[in-house]
Design a protein around this ligand. Structure first.
Ligand SMILES: Cc1cc2nc3c(=O)[nH]c(=O)nc-3n(C[C@H](O)[C@H](O)[C@H](O)COP(=O)(O)O)c2cc1C
Length: 181
């Protein structure tokens, strides 16, 4: 299975997470990485299986490259696409906007017919509000916090990668009746 991993990062943390995700999954899946500083929706549309990563800035706004390219992103039809989202944020200083960007992209993906996988429990986080919490108690993607819970990032990534791998495969089997690497 080939996955397109599209990420945007202002200070490099979401990029580092993308590299860790790729490394964790690379023995099972082929991961093609794209920095959305050069976003091209035609490139994204080639993939039925996607991982999308971003940080949140300035009280709940999309990371700058996602922000610049958001209108083009909104043109993508996500029908038959399966997407796992992850986000970087700061749950203490920006507790009312924690990883809001994940929620903003999630809403757009769902609106355009996409399927989200990789939901993640909010237990263990200290935020007060988040647009990524589409359902109570669950983020609609992986939440990473390099500002206040840096020591948990590696473990969270490994566990989430295992989860999304299983979810990608289960959906593939559902759709096509079988999966071969
Ligand atoms: C000025 C500023 C505004 C921020 N705003 C938010 C925010 O609204 N929500 C959030 O969860 N994190 C916020 N953050 C935290 C960043 O998202 C976090 O540091 C992240 O790891 C940066 O990732 P990047 O280097 O990939 O861009 C903010 C950080 C700064 C410095």
């Amino acid at each position: 299975m080939r996955i397109g991993l599209f990420f945007g990062s202002d200070t490099g943390r979401t990029t580092a997470a993308a590299e860790q995700i790729k490394e964790t999954l690379s023995n099972k899946l082929t991961i093609d990485m794209f920095d959305v500083v050069d976003f091209d929706k035609n490139e994204l549309e080639k993939y039925d299986h996607l991982i999308i990563g971003l940080s949140t800035w300035f009280d709940g706004e999309l990371q700058s490259d996602w922000d610049t390219n958001f209108n083009e992103f909104c043109e993508v039809d996500f029908t038959n696409k399966v997407v796992a989202l992850y986000g970087l944020g700061d749950q203490i200083v920006y507790c009312d906007y924690f990883i809001d960007g994940v929620g903003i992209l999630a809403e757009q993906i769902l609106k355009k017919g996409g399927t989200l996988i990789g939901k993640w429990p909010t237990e263990g986080y200290l935020h007060t509000d988040s647009k990524a919490e589409l359902e109570d108690g669950v983020f609609c993607g992986l939440a990473l916090d390099e500002d206040t819970q840096e020591e948990m990032t590696a473990e969270r990534i490994v566990s989430w990668c295992e989860q999304i791998y299983n979810e990608f495969i289960a959906l593939e089997i559902n759709l096509h009746g079988a999966y071969s690497q």
